[in-house]
Design a protein around this ligand. Structure first.
Ligand SMILES: [Zn+2]
Length: 422
């Protein structure tokens, strides 16, 4: 029996099969017939019919004709009813704030991005996110009460149960701040809080490069470096939710100082911030480099990448070394978790082959053959959207299972009409 069960575990055992069936339909990609469901769940057709009727009555799923039409009567396919509700997704990055609105199939109907500084601290940042979200909703003629749930991502170690981050290296002032509680009070709807790399993993697992896989790792390479793990088709958060801090694996104990206070972490060698620092040092070194024409303070990971692309050998060397360091850490992760796919995402991953080739080479050289032969290393399919889609998936987890239990709550058909959806 292979089932998902994504909702927070506060529903009773009696309705377990109903929620598992709902998740199977949700993550199937093209929908499932009643027979498919019976096969996957090891239940009789009669038992599945009861469950399906219940889900149809609460309008979280709907019937559709099969898209493939073999000879004879096409089977009825069960799929998620997109108009059952609307959720919000917010990605608070180190330097950007992205906000999206999506239906229950995780289709994004609205999306925008604003400049942002997570270092401004929780009060200012939360106020900003709140204002932006309210403005967007009011421009669309909607209000907060039209949202069934909101999913949030932050670039720090999230303690899931508490809805807060603990000692986040790049989020000064946020330590132990009650993020989820504050937002739930403001927005009066369920709010989920996750680490950004975790959401990248979830987004790519549900709708991208990791679809249909049991075990995947998503490596987010931005200013910092983090990993999200989906193991056995569930987010793996560890004991408190803080798992996946691959950026703080020690590569060299005598290496450069890291944001976390230690020396020689992966992030201090290969994060976007570290690449920028190395580019600045190169510019001042007197070596022949395109970077010497640029004011030092303007040199970022992106400028180093541009120089590398224009044939700057020293800039290429910086990226090659960063890729090797990331590859060494990923080889360790592959040895520990034996995933089938490792997805490279985040802003710095846009660099392309100059970064991914040395990553692949380090993995070939260092990961154990038994794991290495079966792993695919790829860039994300959802690009910059993987985190937002992950946040959407988390919000829907709460909203859709809730809707399945509350047949009287009405579908938001009119809300979706705002976007011109059927
Ligand atoms: Zn560190």
């Amino acid at each position: 029996m292979s089932t998902f069960f994504w909702l927070p575990a506060d529903y009773n055992v009696k309705s377990f099969n109903k929620h598992a069936a709902l998740d199977l339909v949700r993550f199937s990609g093209v929908g499932l017939s009643r027979t498919d469901l019976a096969d996957k769940m090891g239940l009789t057709r009669a038992a599945v019919s009861l469950i399906v009727n219940d889900l149809l009555e609460s309008q979280v799923i709907q019937e559709a004709a099969s898209r493939s039409t073999p000879s004879g009567r096409p089977p009825i396919i069960l799929e998620i009813n997109p108009t059952r509700g609307l959720v919000g997704a917010i990605d608070m990055g180190a330097t950007h704030l992205s906000i999206a609105l999506a239906d229950f199939t995780a289709r994004i109907h609205y999306e925008s991005e604003f400049p942002f500084d997570i270092k401004d601290g929780p009060e200012t940042c939360i106020e900003e996110a709140d204002q932006k979200l309210r403005n967007i909703l009011s421009e669309l003629g909607l209000s907060l009460s039209d949202l069934s749930a909101i999913g949030i991502g932050v670039p720090g170690p999230v303690i899931t149960e508490a809805g807060m981050v603990i000692a986040p290296p790049i989020m000064p002032g946020w330590d132990h701040f009650p993020i989820r509680e504050t937002l739930e009070e403001k927005w009066i709807c369920p709010v989920t809080l996750n680490n950004d790399a975790e959401l990248g993993a979830l987004g790519e697992w549900a709708y991208g490069a990791g679809r249909g896989q049991k075990n995947i790792a998503y490596i987010k390479i931005g200013s910092g470096i983090g990993a999200g793990l989906v193991l056995n088709q569930q987010i793996y958060g560890g004991t408190t939710g803080a798992a996946g801090e691959i950026g703080h694996l020690t590569i060299d104990e005598n290496g450069p100082l890291c944001n976390c206070g230690n020396h020689g972490c992966l992030e201090a060698f290969a994060g976007g911030h570290a690449i920028a620092l190395q580019g600045q040092a190169l510019a001042k070194s007197g070596k022949r480099t395109l970077l010497s024409d640029i004011p030092t303070e303007k040199i970022t990971a992106l400028t180093v990448t541009e120089a590398a692309r224009h044939g700057d050998l020293h800039a290429q060397e910086i990226l090659r070394r960063a890729g090797t360091s990331i590859g060494i850490a990923i080889a360790g992760l592959i040895n520990l978790f034996n995933p089938s796919v490792v997805i490279i995402g985040g802003g710095v991953s846009q660099i392309g082959d100059t970064l991914t080739n040395p990553i692949r080479q380090a993995v070939r050289e260092r990961a154990m053959r038994a794991s290495e032969q079966s792993v695919r290393i790829t860039t994300g399919m959802l690009g910059r959207r993987s985190l937002l889609i992950g946040a959407t998936v988390q919000a829907i987890n709460v909203a859709i299972h809730d809707a399945a239990e509350n047949k009287n709550s009405s579908p938001k058909t009119s809300v979706l009409e705002t976007f011109g959806a059927n």
